[in-house]
Design a protein around this ligand. Structure first.
Ligand code: GDP
Ligand code: IMO
Ligand code: MG
Length: 426
């Protein structure tokens, strides 16, 4: 029997996927990242040592676990080389158990430049890691894939075409002069590739042939999905379960028997622009941000914070076909006398119980809240259900009743051991 588990974000990213995948991947042989790139920042704390995973699947930190960077990712080779070096410097050799897809697209230095220029006009609040432009080149059919780096003639031809295009865009659209500095190509692409190239394979084939026990780690979250999220305030990949087949190169049939769990915070955050119906402001926001340590793992930006939005969470359950929710950061709500949860939106006299496609509605709706009592005592670090305060249990039940799937696991602190299962899942 093969064992396939998918863990992905059920909100706007930063739900605590890294911590959860670290825990669960111990029981798996292979871990896979299949979309996004170094815009992700997945935090793991092991014996007080903090790792922030950007491109590598978190499971690779376990000595027995093989890591796969699959074809749906856009890979910044220099960032990848640095990430590997950082982990190895902490005494964990991983290089020889990593595979990189030959079909993955390469994030080029000029993608980062375009990201910056586009931000001036769009204000999405991207991570400036070149993600949108790298996917843009992919879909324009001008992208440079990892496989292209093996053939200098193909690479140079594509590079020259790319540069001409970037020059035109920079000058004609943004009024900026663009001169390529080949030292960047050398330092950020070619040299790292020389180091990494022995790890490049057809990862889809590898995954088809090694199905025994595989964990798939989503990056970002469902509300940032290019199709199902709060478009255009989204990332440029399918960060919901919709990205699994194209991101891995595996048939949708492969995932028939996969378990899919969504990670969600007990409240809600988002980084960057875009609608956020339950967002808090002022002192209330400050309190939650500080308690939750809500500062970006990739960019250090303060995260916007708000109450749990069940309309949005139910959307994530439906879009992904979730088998359950893994709820993190419950401990951050300790000490609140009242906790609000959004159960519907109101816009122009109409009540919305389903997550709308319209940005206009999302930006201008009024959240309708249920107010639940907070709990006495602390959930920080608890590992046993008997330690869960009654009102915390009621909070969980309220969520489950609304979304229609169980909360299968709770995270009660950033450290590896701070969790409890409510249902056995793997
Ligand atoms: P990811 O992108 O989904 O992996 O999440 P991030 O790593 O960007 O952000 C989650 C943050 O919350 C990190 O700083 C984690 O160490 C921390 N964290 C994860 N789970 C918990 C939890 O249950 N309680 C608390 N207090 N912190 C947590
Ligand atoms: P993890 O995997 C939170 C957000 C950015 C911006 C939008 C587009 O750590 O949960 P991009 O650079 O992808 O073009 O930015 O998406 N964003 C994230 N927010 N967590 C992430 O990753 C994110 N990756 C991108 O803030 O709003
Ligand atoms: Mg993160």
């Amino acid at each position: 029997m093969s064992k396939k588990l998918v863990i992905l974000g059920a909100q706007w990213g930063d739900e605590g996927k890294g911590k959860i995948v670290d825990l669960l991947s111990e029981r798996f042989d292979i871990s896979v990242r299949y979309q996004g790139g170094s815009n992700a920042g997945h935090t793991v704390v092991i014996n007080g040592v903090k790792y922030i995973m950007h491109l590598l699947p978190t499971g690779i930190l376990h000595p027995h676990n093989i890591g796969v960077i699959a074809q749906g990712m856009v890979v910044d080779l220099k960032a990848l080389q640095d990430e590997i070096a950082d982990i190895e410097a902490k005494g964990n050799p991983i290089f020889n158990k990593l595979y990189i897809s030959d079909r993955a697209h390469v994030v080029m230095p000029y993608h980062k430049l375009l990201d910056k220029l586009l931000e001036r006009k769009n204000g999405v609040g991207t991570t400036l890691r070149g993600i949108g432009p790298a996917y843009m080149f992919k879909f324009m059919r001008k992208g440079i894939r990892v496989v292209d780096l093996f053939d200098s003639t193909i690479f140079e031809k594509k590079l020259a075409e790319n540069i001409e295009f970037v020059k035109d865009v920079a000058e004609k659209v943004f009024g900026e002069r663009f001169e390529i500095d080949y030292r960047y190509i050398e330092e950020e692409v070619l040299k790292p590739f020389e180091k990494l190239k022995e790890r490049v394979i057809d990862t889809a084939k590898f995954l088809r042939e090694n199905t025994k026990s595989v964990i798939f780690e989503g990056a970002q979250g469902t509300l940032l999905d290019i199709d199902m999220g709060t478009y255009p305030y989204v990332t440029s990949s399918n960060s919901s379960a919709l990205g699994l087949a194209n991101g891995t190169g595996l048939s949708p049939k492969y995932f028939r028997d996969a378990q899919i769990y969504g990670v969600a915070k007990a409240y809600l955050t988002r980084v960057g622009g875009g609608p956020f119906p339950t967002e808090l402001h002022g002192e209330e926001a400050e309190r939650l941000r500080e308690k939750g340590g809500e500062y970006g793992a990739t960019t250090g930006r303060p995260r916007r914070v708000g109450w749990l939005d069940l309309v949005a969470l139910k959307h994530a359950v439906d879009v992904n076909g979730l088998d359950g929710i893994i709820l993190t950061k419950l401990d951050v709500l300790d000490g609140y006398s009242e906790i609000k949860v959004c159960v519907a939106y109101e816009y122009n006299g109409k009540i919305y119980e389903e997550f709308p496609a319209s940005l206009e509605v999302l930006e201008n709706c009024k959240p309708i809240y249920e107010t639940l009592p907070g709990w006495e005592g602390s959930t920080q670090g608890i590992t046993d259900i008997s330690q869960l305060p009654t009102n915390a249990r009621k909070y969980l039940e309220f969520i489950e009743n609304y979304i229609g799937v169980p909360i299968v696991m709770l995270s009660t602190g950033p450290q590896r051991h701070e969790y409890l299962f409510l249902k056995e899942i793997v």
